[in-house]
Design a protein. Structure first.
Length: 333
């Protein structure tokens, strides 16, 4: 069985959010395809918070190269997928290295200036969307790029889909307590709309502490580190899924929301243009609150159009097909 190393930060493997979900899903798909996905991460990490001055993630990655390379060599690994730009220099040691970015040098993201130099060494990448493929070519001249979505779990989307459980005034938001994700907007919306029940789901327990700095309205329910099973159960109960981030590389909850038939409100930034099903509405800071209220007041409580679109475009089946084709070519020699 061919081995492929998946290099991520320690904190990404330890939290119930996008990177860990992607890692587990890729490992399961690898087993089906006869590829052993080996998880690799430093035993130490500099800081769990990328905004702490002097401890930005990319710097932390650089001081961890010895640990990462030791694990790669011990496992006799020649092919590596790395998910953060700080590990771009693996290319110096392993010719068969490919980037699947969990972030991207976009001005909307914290630390984008620090990321840019690392991307100068990238020559091959896998991305979640056609938009990111275009950005790689436009900004860095990288054209060897495969688009493979992080497919949602079809079994969970079937197991939890029950329109009779939808609460018409329930709004769901999934994100982090980070500037890019705009949790402040969601809290302000909740204050101005006390008739709505607003669920805010955070991927890690560390946000339980950081959210204490906010004044949390009584109609907001905070949830931390939910399992995928719990996320889909909660997703099913909401009528509206709202994303108000400035930029997304993954946008996984948006595809899951479509799969669960949610009415979706999202940013108008082109990185979300693949979320273009019939009942997905794009907005901005000026009109989001009105869009969320309009979605909540819609006569239908769910959208089968959105659900069918998601199953066609973003299911685990689509992800498996994408990686089968990718591995067939990449692991050939």
């Amino acid at each position: 069985m061919k081995k492929v190393g998946l290099v991520m930060r320690k904190i990404q493997f330890s939290e119930n959010q996008g990177p860990r979900v992607f890692a587990d899903r890729l490992k399961a798909i690898g087993e089906e395809l006869g590829v052993d996905i080996v998880f690799i991460s430093p035993e130490r990490h500099v800081s769990g918070y990328d905004w702490v001055p002097g401890y930005e993630h990319e710097k932390g990655d650089l001081v961890n190269y010895d640990i990462v390379l030791d694990q790669i060599y011990q496992n006799n690994i020649e092919h590596v997928i790395y998910t953060v730009s700080g590990f771009t220099y693996l290319k110096m040691f392993l010719e068969k290295s490919v980037l699947f970015p969990h972030s991207f040098p976009d001005p909307a993201l914290t630390g984008y200036e620090m990321m840019k130099p690392f991307y100068q060494m990238v020559d091959k990448a896998i991305v979640q969307t056609e938009f990111l493929k275009e950005e790689f070519a436009r900004n860095f001249g990288v054209t060897d790029v495969n688009v493979i979505p992080i497919g949602f779990s079809e079994s969970l989307a079937h197991k939890h889909f029950d329109p009779s459980q939808i609460v018409d005034n329930r709004i769901l938001w999934i994100g982090r307590d980070e500037e890019n994700r705009r949790p402040d907007l969601v809290l302000n919306y909740a204050k101005l709309n006390p008739d709505k029940e607003v669920f805010m789901v955070f991927g890690g327990q560390r946000y339980r502490e950081s959210m204490k700095k906010y004044d949390i309205p009584d109609n907001v329910r905070l949830q931390f580190a939910l399992s995928q099973d719990e996320v889909f159960a909660l997703m099913n109960s909401a009528k509206v899924y709202w994303s108000c981030s400035r930029f997304d590389t993954f946008a996984m909850p948006l595809t899951e929301a479509l799969a669960m038939g949610k009415i979706v409100v999202k940013p108008e930034h082109p990185c979300y243009r693949h979320i273009n099903a019939r009942h997905s509405f794009s907005g901005n800071e000026e009109n989001w609150f009105e869009l969320v209220n309009m979605a909540a007041a819609a006569p239908q409580s769910y959208s089968m159009d959105n659900r069918h679109y998601a199953f066609d475009q973003f299911s685990s089946r689509v992800m498996k097909e994408g990686y089968k084709n990718f591995f067939d070519a990449w692991l050939r020699d």
